[in-house]
Design a protein around this ligand. Structure first.
Ligand code: MRU
Length: 372
């Protein structure tokens, strides 16, 4: 995606120094555009945990590069190298529990490194190639999600005689949450680029305001009409015919169709069901969990620091400042994700096409995942 006229991915290898991984630090957005250098696996782990980088696909790509940096700094003897890489994988996996891309990327790296023979130089090369492949694949799969998903918007646009299609989205599942293109908003960008009239209702997404800060910024830079709303407005808008469809991203979707996404997604799905509005979830295959069956019972839900609920940050007098919202001594709980059961999801939009949010639907698109 372009930022102020220049193409950026959210993570990349520094042009003249392969020992440095660069990221867009998402914390000061939309007020400041800051690029940060990461040189060790601990840098990457901190960047994921403290949400300099965030979003399922980007967390996966960051973990891939984290393993590559770990390989560069690991001891040269084969046994100690392997031990160091296993420890690095554990460090990365411990940062955030819900997005399955993290674990997927670490395992993919461990397989690539193990398959590269005993020579440490070859193992570092393999880790580099795997990290690049994870990032490239993420961008390409998101691009395809946009191409598949746009058909849904085209259909609604036709039905409305060319009037703007109103899409509601939650959190940020745009290009900032991936390496490029994004998921939930990818079809919106494609539609907009094709001249289809669109308008996006952007849930602010408390407590970290990924919608108000990041989705709104992305859409605005691309010239896509949008309106930021408080998280509780969606139901009202749906009752009044102001939402044609909901599209969200996901941090983990089970092959049975249950969807984990940013806290508040479930309530939007309930409201959509009650109002007969289609509720779509867009994801690349790296976000499928092929093991768990029951989302509510089994998906680990991250709980973050209460300070994120008790405070809010914004621009004042040219600087980003945080203010306290609650009585200082009131406890707060910060559940970061919830699970939307498959029965509330109209369909999944993937890089291979659109399918029902059911085991048969998902395995129909990914037959290689069928149990032997
Ligand atoms: O806590 P975050 O910002 O990492 O949350 C993840 C998300 O970006 C959203 O839940 C998003 O909708 C999922 S798609 C990457």
């Amino acid at each position: 995606m372009n930022v102020y006229g220049k193409h950026y991915r959210t993570i990349w290898v520094k042009e003249d120094d392969p020992a440095v991984i660069r990221i867009i630090d998402q914390r000061p957005l939309p007020h400041q555009f800051v690029i940060e250098d990461l040189t060790t696996v601990d840098d990457v782990a901190r960047a994921i945990k403290d949400m300099h980088v965030r979003g399922a696909g980007l967390i996966g790509a960051a973990a891939g590069y984290g393993m590559y940096l770990a390989a560069r700094h690991a001891p040269q003897s084969s046994a100690a190298f392997t031990e160091a890489l296993l420890a690095a994988g554990e460090t990365l996996q411990a940062t955030r529990p819900t997005a399955v891309n993290l674990e997927w990327a670490v395992q993919r790296q461990l397989t690539a490194i193990a398959g590269a023979g005993d020579d440490v130089g070859a193992k570092i090369e393999a880790a580099f190639s795997a990290a690049q492949a994870i990032a490239d694949e993420d961008a390409e799969f998101c691009r395809r999600i946009g191409e598949h998903g746009v058909s849904l918007l085209e259909e609604i646009s036709k039905r409305k005689g060319g009037k703007a299609v109103n899409i509601l989205t939650h959190c940020n599942a745009g290009w900032l949450a991936f390496v490029d293109y994004g998921t939930a908003t990818a079809p919106v960008y494609v539609a907009h680029n094709r001249g289809i009239k669109v308008h996006v209702w952007v849930d602010e997404t408390r407590p970290r305001n990924q919608g108000a800060r990041l989705t709104a910024w992305e859409l605005g830079r691309h010239g896509v009409p949008h309106t930021v709303i408080v998280d509780n407005a969606g139901g009202h808008l749906m009752q009044h015919g102001l939402v044609d469809m909901v599209i969200t991203g996901t941090d983990r979707t089970l092959y049975t169709g249950d969807v984990a996404n940013k806290i508040g997604t479930y309530l939007k799905a309930l409201a959509a069901k009650d109002n007969g509005i289609p509720f779509y979830v867009a994801l690349p295959s790296s976000t499928f969990d092929w093991n768990l069956r029951d989302g509510v019972a089994e998906i680990p839900i991250e709980q973050r620091d209460a300070a994120e609920v008790k405070t809010i940050a914004g621009l004042r007098d040219g600087a980003i400042k945080s203010v306290l919202l609650t009585p200082p001594d009131s406890p707060a709980a910060n559940y970061a994700f919830d699970v939307t059961p498959a029965r509330l999801v109209t369909a999944l939009i993937t890089e291979r096409g659109i399918c029902p949010a059911t085991e048969a639907g998902v395995l129909g698109l990914y037959p290689e995942k069928r149990p032997a």
